[in-house]
Write a protein that binds this ligand. Structure first.
Ligand SMILES: [Cu+2]
Length: 500
Protein backbone atom coordinates (compact mmCIF):
# COMPACT_ATOMS: atom_id res chain seq x y z
CA UNK A 1 0.00 0.00 0.00
CA UNK A 2 1.24 3.47 -0.82
CA UNK A 3 1.28 5.90 2.02
CA UNK A 4 0.67 9.29 0.38
CA UNK A 5 2.22 11.15 3.29
CA UNK A 6 5.24 8.85 3.29
CA UNK A 7 5.87 9.11 -0.42
CA UNK A 8 5.62 12.88 -0.44
CA UNK A 9 7.97 12.95 2.50
CA UNK A 10 10.37 10.81 0.52
CA UNK A 11 10.30 12.94 -2.60
CA UNK A 12 10.65 16.13 -0.57
CA UNK A 13 13.70 14.69 1.12
CA UNK A 14 15.14 13.54 -2.18
CA UNK A 15 14.58 17.02 -3.58
CA UNK A 16 16.39 18.64 -0.68
CA UNK A 17 19.35 16.33 -1.03
CA UNK A 18 19.69 16.96 -4.73
CA UNK A 19 19.51 20.71 -4.24
CA UNK A 20 22.12 20.52 -1.51
CA UNK A 21 24.37 18.57 -3.84
CA UNK A 22 23.74 21.01 -6.64
CA UNK A 23 24.47 23.93 -4.33
CA UNK A 24 27.74 22.39 -3.26
CA UNK A 25 29.42 22.75 -6.62
CA UNK A 26 30.47 26.14 -7.88
CA UNK A 27 32.30 26.58 -11.16
CA UNK A 28 34.74 23.89 -10.34
CA UNK A 29 38.18 23.75 -11.80
CA UNK A 30 39.74 20.53 -13.06
CA UNK A 31 39.27 17.38 -10.92
CA UNK A 32 37.09 19.11 -8.37
CA UNK A 33 34.28 16.63 -8.95
CA UNK A 34 34.60 12.98 -7.94
CA UNK A 35 35.46 10.80 -10.94
CA UNK A 36 32.23 8.80 -10.55
CA UNK A 37 30.00 11.87 -10.49
CA UNK A 38 29.10 11.47 -14.14
CA UNK A 39 26.00 9.50 -15.03
CA UNK A 40 25.32 6.50 -17.22
CA UNK A 41 25.00 8.44 -20.46
CA UNK A 42 28.58 9.64 -20.27
CA UNK A 43 30.24 6.27 -19.68
CA UNK A 44 31.38 6.01 -23.27
CA UNK A 45 32.93 9.48 -23.18
CA UNK A 46 36.54 10.33 -22.36
CA UNK A 47 37.31 10.08 -18.66
CA UNK A 48 39.88 12.85 -18.18
CA UNK A 49 38.89 15.90 -16.13
CA UNK A 50 36.98 18.71 -17.81
CA UNK A 51 37.93 22.37 -17.45
CA UNK A 52 34.44 23.21 -16.21
CA UNK A 53 31.49 21.20 -14.95
CA UNK A 54 27.94 22.48 -15.16
CA UNK A 55 25.10 20.66 -13.41
CA UNK A 56 21.53 21.43 -14.45
CA UNK A 57 19.15 20.91 -11.55
CA UNK A 58 16.40 22.28 -9.34
CA UNK A 59 17.54 24.49 -6.48
CA UNK A 60 16.21 27.11 -4.12
CA UNK A 61 17.33 30.68 -4.77
CA UNK A 62 17.08 33.22 -1.97
CA UNK A 63 16.13 36.46 -3.72
CA UNK A 64 15.54 38.03 -0.29
CA UNK A 65 15.27 36.48 3.18
CA UNK A 66 11.49 36.26 2.87
CA UNK A 67 11.50 35.49 -0.84
CA UNK A 68 12.81 32.07 -1.85
CA UNK A 69 12.02 30.52 -5.22
CA UNK A 70 12.45 26.99 -6.53
CA UNK A 71 13.76 26.95 -10.08
CA UNK A 72 16.12 25.12 -12.44
CA UNK A 73 19.67 26.43 -12.14
CA UNK A 74 23.23 25.85 -13.22
CA UNK A 75 25.25 24.51 -10.29
CA UNK A 76 22.51 25.32 -7.79
CA UNK A 77 22.89 29.06 -8.00
CA UNK A 78 21.93 32.15 -9.90
CA UNK A 79 23.50 33.39 -11.99
CA UNK A 80 25.36 30.31 -13.14
CA UNK A 81 29.10 30.53 -12.46
CA UNK A 82 31.09 33.11 -14.43
CA UNK A 83 33.14 31.13 -16.92
CA UNK A 84 36.38 32.83 -17.81
CA UNK A 85 37.71 31.45 -21.05
CA UNK A 86 40.65 32.38 -23.23
CA UNK A 87 40.16 33.33 -26.84
CA UNK A 88 41.46 30.59 -29.09
CA UNK A 89 42.35 28.19 -26.26
CA UNK A 90 40.18 25.02 -26.42
CA UNK A 91 38.01 24.27 -23.40
CA UNK A 92 36.26 21.08 -22.29
CA UNK A 93 32.97 21.31 -20.42
CA UNK A 94 31.00 18.50 -18.79
CA UNK A 95 27.30 19.24 -18.66
CA UNK A 96 25.21 17.06 -16.35
CA UNK A 97 21.46 17.14 -16.57
CA UNK A 98 19.92 16.25 -13.21
CA UNK A 99 16.37 16.95 -14.44
CA UNK A 100 13.82 14.60 -15.99
CA UNK A 101 13.70 16.32 -19.38
CA UNK A 102 16.36 16.69 -22.12
CA UNK A 103 18.27 19.97 -22.16
CA UNK A 104 20.19 22.23 -24.52
CA UNK A 105 22.90 24.59 -23.34
CA UNK A 106 23.54 27.39 -25.83
CA UNK A 107 26.84 29.31 -26.03
CA UNK A 108 25.30 32.63 -26.88
CA UNK A 109 27.42 34.98 -28.99
CA UNK A 110 30.18 32.48 -29.66
CA UNK A 111 31.10 31.16 -33.06
CA UNK A 112 31.12 27.42 -32.48
CA UNK A 113 30.11 24.35 -34.54
CA UNK A 114 26.53 23.05 -34.60
CA UNK A 115 27.52 20.02 -32.53
CA UNK A 116 28.16 22.22 -29.47
CA UNK A 117 26.15 25.40 -30.20
CA UNK A 118 23.18 24.17 -28.18
CA UNK A 119 20.11 24.44 -30.40
CA UNK A 120 18.03 21.39 -31.32
CA UNK A 121 16.76 23.24 -34.41
CA UNK A 122 20.34 23.28 -35.74
CA UNK A 123 20.85 19.65 -34.79
CA UNK A 124 22.88 19.89 -31.57
CA UNK A 125 22.39 16.62 -29.63
CA UNK A 126 20.37 16.97 -26.42
CA UNK A 127 21.88 16.56 -22.99
CA UNK A 128 19.74 13.59 -22.02
CA UNK A 129 17.47 13.61 -18.97
CA UNK A 130 19.49 12.26 -16.01
CA UNK A 131 22.45 12.08 -18.37
CA UNK A 132 25.38 14.17 -19.47
CA UNK A 133 27.42 15.41 -22.41
CA UNK A 134 31.05 16.39 -22.68
CA UNK A 135 31.84 19.07 -25.21
CA UNK A 136 35.05 20.70 -26.39
CA UNK A 137 35.24 23.93 -28.33
CA UNK A 138 37.51 26.86 -29.06
CA UNK A 139 36.11 30.03 -27.41
CA UNK A 140 35.63 33.18 -29.44
CA UNK A 141 35.23 35.95 -30.23
CA UNK A 142 36.63 37.68 -27.14
CA UNK A 143 34.32 39.62 -24.85
CA UNK A 144 31.17 39.22 -22.78
CA UNK A 145 29.10 36.22 -23.90
CA UNK A 146 26.75 33.99 -21.95
CA UNK A 147 25.30 30.53 -21.70
CA UNK A 148 21.66 29.68 -21.30
CA UNK A 149 19.09 26.98 -21.90
CA UNK A 150 17.64 26.74 -25.39
CA UNK A 151 14.55 24.70 -24.67
CA UNK A 152 11.13 25.71 -26.00
CA UNK A 153 8.73 26.39 -23.14
CA UNK A 154 5.53 26.97 -25.12
CA UNK A 155 2.69 27.26 -22.62
CA UNK A 156 4.72 25.80 -19.73
CA UNK A 157 6.24 28.47 -17.50
CA UNK A 158 8.35 25.87 -15.67
CA UNK A 159 10.52 25.37 -18.78
CA UNK A 160 13.15 27.16 -20.83
CA UNK A 161 14.44 30.59 -19.83
CA UNK A 162 11.50 31.07 -17.45
CA UNK A 163 13.92 29.24 -15.17
CA UNK A 164 17.23 30.55 -13.85
CA UNK A 165 19.36 28.75 -16.45
CA UNK A 166 21.81 31.46 -17.46
CA UNK A 167 25.30 32.57 -16.57
CA UNK A 168 27.96 34.96 -17.91
CA UNK A 169 30.98 33.99 -19.99
CA UNK A 170 33.95 36.27 -20.30
CA UNK A 171 36.38 35.42 -23.06
CA UNK A 172 39.60 37.18 -22.31
CA UNK A 173 41.01 38.99 -25.32
CA UNK A 174 44.63 38.50 -26.22
CA UNK A 175 45.14 42.13 -25.25
CA UNK A 176 42.94 43.73 -22.55
CA UNK A 177 42.17 47.46 -22.81
CA UNK A 178 42.94 48.93 -19.39
CA UNK A 179 40.99 52.16 -18.92
CA UNK A 180 39.31 51.08 -15.66
CA UNK A 181 40.16 50.07 -12.10
CA UNK A 182 38.03 46.97 -11.73
CA UNK A 183 35.24 45.06 -13.42
CA UNK A 184 31.90 43.84 -12.10
CA UNK A 185 29.42 41.44 -13.69
CA UNK A 186 25.70 42.10 -13.26
CA UNK A 187 23.12 39.60 -14.49
CA UNK A 188 19.53 40.84 -14.69
CA UNK A 189 16.72 38.30 -14.34
CA UNK A 190 13.08 37.95 -13.44
CA UNK A 191 11.34 35.24 -11.42
CA UNK A 192 7.80 33.93 -10.78
CA UNK A 193 6.35 34.16 -14.29
CA UNK A 194 2.57 34.23 -14.78
CA UNK A 195 0.43 34.57 -17.89
CA UNK A 196 -1.41 37.82 -18.45
CA UNK A 197 -3.54 39.27 -21.23
CA UNK A 198 -2.17 42.29 -23.08
CA UNK A 199 -0.97 45.11 -20.87
CA UNK A 200 2.48 45.37 -22.42
CA UNK A 201 5.07 47.78 -21.10
CA UNK A 202 5.61 51.11 -22.82
CA UNK A 203 7.90 50.41 -25.76
CA UNK A 204 8.77 53.87 -26.99
CA UNK A 205 12.36 54.15 -25.79
CA UNK A 206 14.06 53.32 -29.09
CA UNK A 207 15.11 56.22 -31.26
CA UNK A 208 13.63 56.45 -34.74
CA UNK A 209 10.26 56.74 -36.40
CA UNK A 210 7.49 54.27 -37.02
CA UNK A 211 6.81 53.42 -40.65
CA UNK A 212 3.15 54.35 -41.37
CA UNK A 213 2.65 51.45 -43.78
CA UNK A 214 3.83 48.91 -41.16
CA UNK A 215 1.69 50.50 -38.49
CA UNK A 216 -1.44 50.44 -40.66
CA UNK A 217 -0.93 46.76 -41.54
CA UNK A 218 -0.30 45.77 -37.91
CA UNK A 219 -3.15 47.78 -36.47
CA UNK A 220 -5.69 46.64 -39.03
CA UNK A 221 -4.77 42.96 -38.44
CA UNK A 222 -5.21 43.50 -34.70
CA UNK A 223 -8.51 45.31 -35.16
CA UNK A 224 -9.86 42.51 -37.37
CA UNK A 225 -8.88 39.90 -34.78
CA UNK A 226 -10.55 41.76 -31.91
CA UNK A 227 -13.66 42.32 -34.06
CA UNK A 228 -13.89 38.54 -34.48
CA UNK A 229 -14.20 38.34 -30.70
CA UNK A 230 -10.65 37.12 -30.01
CA UNK A 231 -9.06 38.30 -26.75
CA UNK A 232 -5.55 39.77 -26.74
CA UNK A 233 -2.95 36.98 -26.95
CA UNK A 234 -1.21 35.91 -23.75
CA UNK A 235 1.79 37.81 -22.44
CA UNK A 236 4.01 36.89 -19.49
CA UNK A 237 4.55 39.05 -16.43
CA UNK A 238 6.66 38.44 -13.35
CA UNK A 239 6.40 38.62 -9.57
CA UNK A 240 10.03 39.32 -8.70
CA UNK A 241 13.16 40.76 -10.29
CA UNK A 242 16.77 40.56 -9.23
CA UNK A 243 20.33 41.56 -10.08
CA UNK A 244 22.81 38.73 -9.52
CA UNK A 245 20.00 36.77 -7.89
CA UNK A 246 19.22 39.30 -5.13
CA UNK A 247 16.33 41.75 -4.98
CA UNK A 248 17.11 45.45 -4.49
CA UNK A 249 18.24 46.10 -0.93
CA UNK A 250 18.88 42.45 -0.11
CA UNK A 251 22.27 41.76 -1.64
CA UNK A 252 25.65 43.18 -0.75
CA UNK A 253 25.94 46.76 -2.03
CA UNK A 254 28.54 47.61 -4.63
CA UNK A 255 31.15 49.37 -2.50
CA UNK A 256 33.13 52.01 -4.35
CA UNK A 257 35.76 54.67 -3.72
CA UNK A 258 35.63 58.22 -5.07
CA UNK A 259 37.18 58.52 -8.56
CA UNK A 260 37.24 54.78 -9.04
CA UNK A 261 36.41 53.69 -12.60
CA UNK A 262 34.23 50.60 -12.55
CA UNK A 263 33.66 48.60 -15.72
CA UNK A 264 30.20 47.05 -15.51
CA UNK A 265 29.55 43.98 -17.66
CA UNK A 266 25.76 43.83 -17.73
CA UNK A 267 23.81 40.87 -19.07
CA UNK A 268 20.05 40.81 -19.53
CA UNK A 269 19.34 37.09 -19.07
CA UNK A 270 15.58 37.57 -19.15
CA UNK A 271 13.11 35.33 -20.94
CA UNK A 272 11.48 38.38 -22.49
CA UNK A 273 11.98 41.59 -20.54
CA UNK A 274 13.61 44.71 -21.96
CA UNK A 275 15.49 46.49 -19.19
CA UNK A 276 16.70 49.99 -18.42
CA UNK A 277 19.30 51.02 -15.88
CA UNK A 278 20.32 54.37 -14.44
CA UNK A 279 22.59 55.45 -11.59
CA UNK A 280 21.55 58.92 -10.37
CA UNK A 281 24.34 61.49 -10.62
CA UNK A 282 26.47 59.28 -12.88
CA UNK A 283 26.83 58.44 -16.56
CA UNK A 284 27.74 55.25 -18.36
CA UNK A 285 30.52 55.30 -20.91
CA UNK A 286 29.51 52.47 -23.22
CA UNK A 287 32.63 50.71 -24.47
CA UNK A 288 31.20 47.43 -25.80
CA UNK A 289 27.84 46.09 -26.97
CA UNK A 290 27.21 42.34 -26.77
CA UNK A 291 30.86 41.99 -25.77
CA UNK A 292 32.24 43.66 -28.91
CA UNK A 293 34.12 46.97 -28.54
CA UNK A 294 32.15 49.78 -30.20
CA UNK A 295 33.82 52.10 -32.75
CA UNK A 296 32.75 55.24 -30.84
CA UNK A 297 32.51 54.82 -27.06
CA UNK A 298 30.02 57.39 -25.74
CA UNK A 299 28.51 58.52 -22.45
CA UNK A 300 24.81 58.01 -21.83
CA UNK A 301 22.60 58.67 -18.78
CA UNK A 302 20.53 55.50 -19.22
CA UNK A 303 21.20 52.01 -20.55
CA UNK A 304 18.53 50.06 -22.40
CA UNK A 305 19.30 46.37 -22.65
CA UNK A 306 17.09 44.07 -24.69
CA UNK A 307 16.55 40.41 -23.91
CA UNK A 308 19.92 38.60 -24.23
CA UNK A 309 21.83 41.81 -24.96
CA UNK A 310 24.95 42.80 -23.03
CA UNK A 311 26.38 46.23 -22.37
CA UNK A 312 29.87 46.91 -21.04
CA UNK A 313 30.12 50.43 -19.63
CA UNK A 314 32.57 52.33 -17.45
CA UNK A 315 31.20 54.46 -14.62
CA UNK A 316 33.48 56.99 -13.03
CA UNK A 317 32.47 57.17 -9.39
CA UNK A 318 32.49 60.94 -9.02
CA UNK A 319 29.33 61.65 -7.02
CA UNK A 320 29.74 60.32 -3.45
CA UNK A 321 26.64 59.05 -1.69
CA UNK A 322 24.49 55.96 -1.41
CA UNK A 323 22.59 55.35 -4.65
CA UNK A 324 20.25 52.91 -6.34
CA UNK A 325 21.48 51.56 -9.65
CA UNK A 326 18.08 50.52 -10.93
CA UNK A 327 15.45 50.16 -13.61
CA UNK A 328 13.49 53.25 -14.64
CA UNK A 329 10.21 51.40 -14.07
CA UNK A 330 9.11 52.15 -10.49
CA UNK A 331 7.07 48.97 -10.42
CA UNK A 332 9.89 46.67 -11.51
CA UNK A 333 12.44 48.40 -9.29
CA UNK A 334 10.17 48.01 -6.27
CA UNK A 335 9.90 44.33 -7.14
CA UNK A 336 13.67 43.99 -7.05
CA UNK A 337 15.50 45.18 -10.17
CA UNK A 338 18.22 47.32 -8.69
CA UNK A 339 21.38 47.21 -6.60
CA UNK A 340 22.78 49.69 -4.07
CA UNK A 341 26.01 51.56 -4.86
CA UNK A 342 27.67 52.76 -1.66
CA UNK A 343 30.68 55.09 -1.53
CA UNK A 344 33.27 54.46 1.20
CA UNK A 345 32.31 56.24 4.42
CA UNK A 346 28.76 57.02 3.26
CA UNK A 347 25.76 55.63 5.10
CA UNK A 348 21.98 55.91 4.99
CA UNK A 349 19.05 55.08 2.75
CA UNK A 350 19.95 54.68 -0.91
CA UNK A 351 18.74 57.47 -3.20
CA UNK A 352 16.87 57.06 -6.46
CA UNK A 353 16.02 59.80 -8.88
CA UNK A 354 14.41 59.14 -12.24
CA UNK A 355 16.50 60.56 -15.11
CA UNK A 356 14.89 62.72 -17.81
CA UNK A 357 13.49 60.83 -20.83
CA UNK A 358 16.22 59.36 -22.99
CA UNK A 359 16.05 57.54 -26.31
CA UNK A 360 18.35 54.61 -26.92
CA UNK A 361 20.11 54.90 -30.27
CA UNK A 362 22.67 52.27 -31.28
CA UNK A 363 24.02 54.53 -34.01
CA UNK A 364 25.68 56.92 -31.55
CA UNK A 365 28.24 54.17 -30.87
CA UNK A 366 28.88 53.53 -34.58
CA UNK A 367 31.55 54.72 -36.99
CA UNK A 368 31.01 58.20 -38.27
CA UNK A 369 31.26 59.02 -41.93
CA UNK A 370 31.75 55.52 -43.25
CA UNK A 371 29.31 53.01 -44.65
CA UNK A 372 29.34 49.24 -44.44
CA UNK A 373 30.50 47.38 -47.58
CA UNK A 374 27.85 46.62 -50.21
CA UNK A 375 26.29 43.21 -49.57
CA UNK A 376 26.17 40.42 -52.16
CA UNK A 377 22.46 39.96 -51.54
CA UNK A 378 19.64 41.61 -49.62
CA UNK A 379 17.10 39.39 -47.85
CA UNK A 380 13.75 41.01 -47.12
CA UNK A 381 12.01 39.92 -43.93
CA UNK A 382 8.69 41.13 -42.54
CA UNK A 383 7.68 40.10 -39.03
CA UNK A 384 4.01 39.97 -38.11
CA UNK A 385 1.75 38.86 -35.30
CA UNK A 386 -1.41 36.80 -35.62
CA UNK A 387 -3.25 37.78 -32.48
CA UNK A 388 -4.17 34.85 -30.21
CA UNK A 389 -4.01 32.48 -33.21
CA UNK A 390 -2.32 29.55 -31.42
CA UNK A 391 -4.54 28.38 -28.54
CA UNK A 392 -4.76 31.90 -27.21
CA UNK A 393 -1.08 32.65 -27.86
CA UNK A 394 0.09 35.07 -30.50
CA UNK A 395 1.54 33.34 -33.53
CA UNK A 396 4.58 35.03 -35.11
CA UNK A 397 5.46 34.88 -38.76
CA UNK A 398 8.43 35.77 -40.93
CA UNK A 399 7.17 36.68 -44.42
CA UNK A 400 3.79 35.22 -43.42
CA UNK A 401 5.14 31.79 -42.40
CA UNK A 402 5.50 30.58 -38.79
CA UNK A 403 8.54 28.40 -38.04
CA UNK A 404 8.22 24.66 -38.54
CA UNK A 405 10.77 21.86 -38.41
CA UNK A 406 8.43 19.76 -40.57
CA UNK A 407 8.49 21.88 -43.72
CA UNK A 408 11.30 23.45 -45.70
CA UNK A 409 9.46 26.75 -45.86
CA UNK A 410 11.36 28.20 -42.89
CA UNK A 411 14.82 27.24 -44.14
CA UNK A 412 16.82 29.34 -46.51
CA UNK A 413 20.01 28.40 -48.30
CA UNK A 414 22.98 30.78 -48.23
CA UNK A 415 26.27 30.67 -50.09
CA UNK A 416 29.35 30.38 -47.94
CA UNK A 417 31.52 33.48 -47.89
CA UNK A 418 28.82 35.84 -49.22
CA UNK A 419 27.85 38.99 -47.38
CA UNK A 420 24.12 39.16 -46.74
CA UNK A 421 22.02 42.10 -45.66
CA UNK A 422 18.84 41.38 -43.68
CA UNK A 423 16.29 44.13 -44.31
CA UNK A 424 13.89 43.61 -41.45
CA UNK A 425 10.49 45.22 -41.04
CA UNK A 426 8.36 44.97 -37.93
CA UNK A 427 4.62 44.90 -38.51
CA UNK A 428 3.89 44.65 -34.76
CA UNK A 429 4.06 47.12 -31.90
CA UNK A 430 6.40 44.85 -29.89
CA UNK A 431 10.14 45.37 -29.78
CA UNK A 432 11.89 42.22 -30.98
CA UNK A 433 15.44 41.39 -29.83
CA UNK A 434 16.66 39.51 -32.91
CA UNK A 435 19.44 36.98 -32.62
CA UNK A 436 21.53 35.01 -35.08
CA UNK A 437 23.39 31.98 -33.77
CA UNK A 438 27.07 31.40 -34.59
CA UNK A 439 27.52 34.85 -36.14
CA UNK A 440 27.77 38.53 -35.41
CA UNK A 441 25.70 41.15 -37.18
CA UNK A 442 27.07 44.44 -38.34
CA UNK A 443 24.41 47.12 -37.86
CA UNK A 444 24.05 49.04 -41.11
CA UNK A 445 20.76 50.99 -40.90
CA UNK A 446 18.43 51.68 -37.99
CA UNK A 447 15.06 53.37 -38.48
CA UNK A 448 16.33 55.10 -41.60
CA UNK A 449 19.74 56.10 -40.20
CA UNK A 450 22.87 54.55 -41.70
CA UNK A 451 25.67 53.28 -39.51
CA UNK A 452 28.59 50.83 -39.56
CA UNK A 453 31.12 49.13 -37.35
CA UNK A 454 28.79 48.04 -34.53
CA UNK A 455 28.98 44.27 -34.17
CA UNK A 456 26.21 42.57 -32.20
CA UNK A 457 24.58 39.18 -31.87
CA UNK A 458 21.22 40.58 -30.72
CA UNK A 459 19.61 43.73 -32.00
CA UNK A 460 16.33 45.30 -30.92
CA UNK A 461 13.89 46.16 -33.69
CA UNK A 462 11.38 48.78 -32.54
CA UNK A 463 7.63 48.57 -32.99
CA UNK A 464 6.66 49.33 -36.63
CA UNK A 465 10.31 50.17 -37.38
CA UNK A 466 12.87 49.01 -39.93
CA UNK A 467 16.38 47.74 -39.41
CA UNK A 468 19.22 46.51 -41.59
CA UNK A 469 22.09 44.29 -40.50
CA UNK A 470 24.79 42.49 -42.46
CA UNK A 471 26.55 39.23 -41.83
CA UNK A 472 29.01 37.07 -43.69
CA UNK A 473 27.80 33.50 -44.13
CA UNK A 474 31.03 31.83 -43.05
CA UNK A 475 29.65 29.16 -40.67
CA UNK A 476 28.74 26.02 -42.62
CA UNK A 477 25.52 24.24 -41.69
CA UNK A 478 22.37 25.59 -40.08
CA UNK A 479 22.48 29.04 -38.42
CA UNK A 480 19.39 29.72 -36.34
CA UNK A 481 17.80 33.16 -36.53
CA UNK A 482 15.10 34.01 -34.01
CA UNK A 483 13.50 36.57 -31.78
CA UNK A 484 14.99 36.16 -28.30
CA UNK A 485 11.71 36.60 -26.46
CA UNK A 486 10.89 33.11 -25.26
CA UNK A 487 7.20 33.62 -25.98
CA UNK A 488 7.88 34.76 -29.55
CA UNK A 489 10.47 32.14 -30.50
CA UNK A 490 8.28 29.35 -29.13
CA UNK A 491 5.38 30.51 -31.27
CA UNK A 492 6.81 30.80 -34.74
CA UNK A 493 9.49 33.53 -34.70
CA UNK A 494 12.41 31.49 -36.07
CA UNK A 495 14.17 30.71 -39.32
CA UNK A 496 17.14 28.55 -40.32
CA UNK A 497 19.84 29.80 -42.66
CA UNK A 498 21.64 26.82 -44.22
CA UNK A 499 25.14 27.80 -45.27
CA UNK A 500 26.73 25.59 -47.91
CU1 LIG B 1 9.90 38.97 -30.52
Amino acid sequence: MNDPAGSSHFSRRKFLISSLLAGGYGALPKSALPANASSAASLSQPTGAADYTIRIGVALIELAPDHIVSTITYNGRFPGPLLRLKEGQPVTVDIHNDTDTPEQLHWHGQIVPVDVDGAAEEGTPYIPARGSRRITFTPGPAGLRFYHTHIAAGNDLTRGLYNAQAGPVYIEPRREPGDYDRELFLTLKEFEPVFSRGGDMAQDFLAGNEVPELKEAGESAMKASLAEGKPHGYEVSYGAFAINGRMLGHGEPIRVKPNERVLFHILNASAGELRSLALPGHTFKVVALDGNPVPSPAEVPVLWIGTAERVSAIVEMNHPGVWVLGDLSDDDRERGIGIVVEYAGRKGEPWWKKPPPFHWDYTRFGKTGSEAPTPDEVIEMTFAKQNAAADGFNLWTINNVPFSMKTNRTRRGLHRGQRYRLRMRNQSDDIHPLHLHRNSFELTKIAGKKTSGIMKDVVMLGGYQELEVDFVADQPGPNLFHCHQQLHMDYGFMLLFDVA
